[in-house]
Design a protein around this ligand. Structure first.
Ligand SMILES: [Mg+2]
Length: 291
């Protein structure tokens, strides 16, 4: 079991790797080996195709800043800002509870007495829900089109993979019931069927690595048939570590202007992303290339 606890970020590949662009696209190919025979695909949820929780980093930053600033031995605002920015960047893709365990540890390091990580998580979730409730309600009562809260090109990508006969899975660090509900609100649940896995209260029993292990074992597959998509290091690392091929989405979620978020990109490259894209608007070319 211990092997499937979520790991911290570590650099195993060159974070500054340069690739080549497929002509007339924003698809940057770092490594071309390993394509052509994918039968299964794993998607992360938030920031990979769902934009419902866009801005979560700001909410988490606010909470962490407030909590760490109230410790006896905290650093200057400037140093604290830098520290928390990096912490969030390097834990993107992990289950929220791990991020809150980190927060509690940092409180201790600064001479404070932390709350339980679960209490921090509850506070974070409540604050985030205030921010995203209009989006969820808008989707529910159809005043917001689902395309507005999907990473551009997502539906083309999912349809294209379905046409190729690929079995699709979704694994998320967001709580399981929210993840399933939001996939339904976005109308993408049909592509995944029962294969949507979010975080469980017993956090040691769920992880992206465990989802991948089960996919491979239950279907008696080797990792080379697995294609992964994600904006966080966790899913990219998990796909690469079983020998799969990984597409990193270095999306600028706020602006959606097809510009790459360079900091996200370097973290994704550091764990071995084989391709970097800003969104799925080049879905057709990407599928042609991958297969
Ligand atoms: Mg994500």
């Amino acid at each position: 079991m211990a092997d499937y606890l979520e790991k911290d970020y570590y650099e195993a590949y060159d974070p500054n790797a340069k690739g080549e662009f497929i002509p007339n696209t924003k698809i940057e190919v770092i490594r071309s080996e390993g394509r052509g025979h994918f039968t299964h695909a794993l998607f992360d949820f938030d920031g990979t195709f769902s934009l419902i929780r866009e801005g979560w980093q700001t909410i988490m930053f606010g909470l962490m800043f407030e909590v760490l600033k109230s410790t006896p031995n905290h650093e200057s605002d400037e140093e604290l800002t830098k520290f928390i920015d990096t912490l969030i960047l390097e834990t993107t893709g992990k289950q929220t509870i791990y991020q809150m365990i980190d927060l509690a540890e940092e409180v201790k390091k600064r001479g404070g007495i932390p709350l339980e990580p679960l209490d921090y998580k509850k506070e974070y979730s409540d604050r985030l829900m205030v921010k995203i409730n209009d989006r969820r309600e808008g989707l529910r009562n159809k005043t917001i089109e689902r395309e507005e809260l999907l990473v551009p090109g997502t539906l083309d990508m999912l349809r294209g993979l379905k046409e190729k006969g690929v079995t699709m899975y979704c694994a998320s660090g967001t709580d399981d019931h929210f993840c399933k509900e939001e996939a339904h609100l976005l109308g993408v649940d049909e592509f995944f069927g029962d294969n949507i896995y979010g975080a469980l209260d017993d956090y040691k029993k769920s992880s992206k690595a465990l989802v991948i292990k089960n996919i491979l074992e239950e279907n008696n597959l080797s990792g080379e048939v697995l294609l992964g998509f994600g904006d966080g290091f966790v899913e990219i690392e998990a796909v690469k570590s079983v020998g799969g091929y990984a597409v990193g989405i270095a999306i600028d979620e706020k602006n959606l202007n097809r510009q790459i978020d360079e900091r996200k990109k370097s973290r994704l490259l550091g764990v071995g992303a084989d391709i970097i894209i800003p969104d799925f608007l080049d879905a057709k070319e990407l599928i042609t290339y991958l297969f």
